[in-house]
Design a protein around this ligand. Sequence first.
Ligand code: ZN
Length: 720
Amino acid sequence: MKFSRPQLNIGMIRISLLVLVLLASLALAGFSARKAVQGWKLQHFRQTRDAKGKLNLLVITMDTTRYDHIGCFGSLYTRTPDIDRLGYGGVRFMQTVATAPITVPSHAAIFTGTYPIFHGVRNNGTFKLAPYNITLAEALKERGYDTGAVIGAFVLHGQFGLDQGFDYYNDKFENPNPKLEFFFDEIPASEVSRLGNEYIDQHLEKPFFLWLHYFDPHAAYRPPSPYKELYGPANLYDGEIAFVDENIGKVVKHLEEKKLLDHTLIVLTADHGESLGDHGEPSHGLLMYDTTLHVPLLFYLQDRLPAGEEVKEMVRSIDIMPTILDLLEIPQTKNNQGVSLLPRLFGFRQQTQHLQALIENYLPYFNFGYASLEGLRTGDYKYINAPEPELYDLKADVREYRNLFQQKPRTAARFEADYQKLRRASAGPNADKFEQVDMDEETKDRLRALGYVWASSNSKSGAKKERKDPKLMIDFMTALNRVGEMIRRERWDQAEEFLKALLQQDPGNLMAMQKLALIYNKTNNTDGAIEVNKKMIENNPDFLQPHLQLARLFIRKALAARDQDGRKAQFDQAIGEIQYVLAKDNRHVQAKSDLGACYFTMGDYARAEEVLRKALTENPRYPYLYYNLGATLAEQGRYADAETEFQKALSLQKNDPDFYFSLAKLYQKTGDKKRAQEYREGGVLAAKKLAEAEKEAVEGPVGDQPQGAGPAKARRRPAH
Ligand SMILES: [Zn+2]
């Protein structure tokens, strides 16, 4: 190859030293033929790895992929020939434990070799990887690698910090597969692979590290044809995995065609699994059983790793980075908490014999105000520190159905002590600080609209034992999901009754209250909706969203009021609520947009325009500011200016039918019939897509947040 470098003598000295060490260890361990072969293979690997210059690195993370839904990890059902080729041609780790069943904390652990308690990212969406962390990309960049990443979903957008150390970080979702929740805006596997291959083409002559993130197996499961048909409605999840497999195959074939496969190390893993109903958990992120923690892990390097080697001992996702660095002859980073599995790749077991994994799940705490889950997993046992603690004998009870905590007090006490010890030893600078990311206002707003509640973590203070145990809330969450189904079918009365019963069990439950408010909203029970929103505020004083909901309800009452005074009183209340939000958070972009919409509805176009234009200077990427401004201008007959604003709104957000219809109306008014027709059709199509997405949305209790009301849109006042 072109970038071979001269063989230095020092390398030979090191290798002879290694041989000595090897021989010494062989002598100690007792000589055996197998060990000699292993030693020879490892030595051979170390000797030859430089022959062709620096190895390239391709890391593939499959989101939400259970290890046992991949062929070479034991699935008889899911067809994954391309992953199997890598698995059977390389080394498979059959018992790899992710540190957390949530996307960002788990990816941060993979790419820093540290536990969440060290790297500080404890949940999706509201944390950012801090600069004190040293990422794999940084370590490789320092060694002259070009570093690139293609991200499959918004959840790993650069602003959450995983872009640290990457020269190229593709996190653009301009043509996302429209999922109802933007947070899971994604690009399909075919696009990830296409962009990945493009990156490879630009790096034929220069060593690279490429990370490809495939999001498809995450709910909602919507594999394209032919996988949709092949797997059928009951197994769409497997269809998604099979679709990803095909696209991983395209990258591997591309490497082969470009003659790069023989010196590209490929590592494939997942951030977490998927419960698929086990333990009552539909998706992931609420509990901490192996269905969501046990992930696939394989290392492939053509002809240079022992093909077919199967490692049965437990290893951890924090061991991936140190192993990669070791394979690439790069020193370990100072923060590293994992071990290099390189010797294990060649059959030496010492490193992997008695590993302990620190596991945690803080999503229940941050998203629902429930207890967080933490614990310790070894090859044999799992201990979970929950309000009702758990201990499982994984050898006898793989599915973790028999909690032995009471029955085996001595084992439980030992695990509890080990857990505390490892936790203390692993803690980083932000271990208990929970410093959350100061993200851009648009993102924050989109998160708010999804019900991402910064409030729930602060609102219910109290010790772990006083918080609700997530496993005891599973039935509650399942019931709540059933309400989602009733709402989709517009069975309002049934849903209302169901929710009221649920709220008796958990009176402060924010998701249940949000759903109840939604029902009252849909059924025009304005007073009912006002009451529920007030209760939400009472329970979560820091949660600002209900104030904006209230504002919208007061506007509705104003529009229905019979006399001027009554109308004014309601508008004043609406403005009061919005101003309250702005007083608490003067960057709240939705509040600013809603204020503009409110002035518009009052007929005060001058103030509407002033508020919206000012907000736009601070938030130039928020589509509703443009939309509301467009409406304000159109109402005054300033069509050319209005058109510009509406078009900007549409360019920022393509799935809102109202954006199209407003333009259609505008073109109608200006006599451009052709374009009016075009945009009407666009609106109809967008509405259809939105309805489809709504229908197909799988409302998991966890990753998939409740749909909050979006920003207010300028609505015309009815003539009086
Ligand atoms: Zn994930």
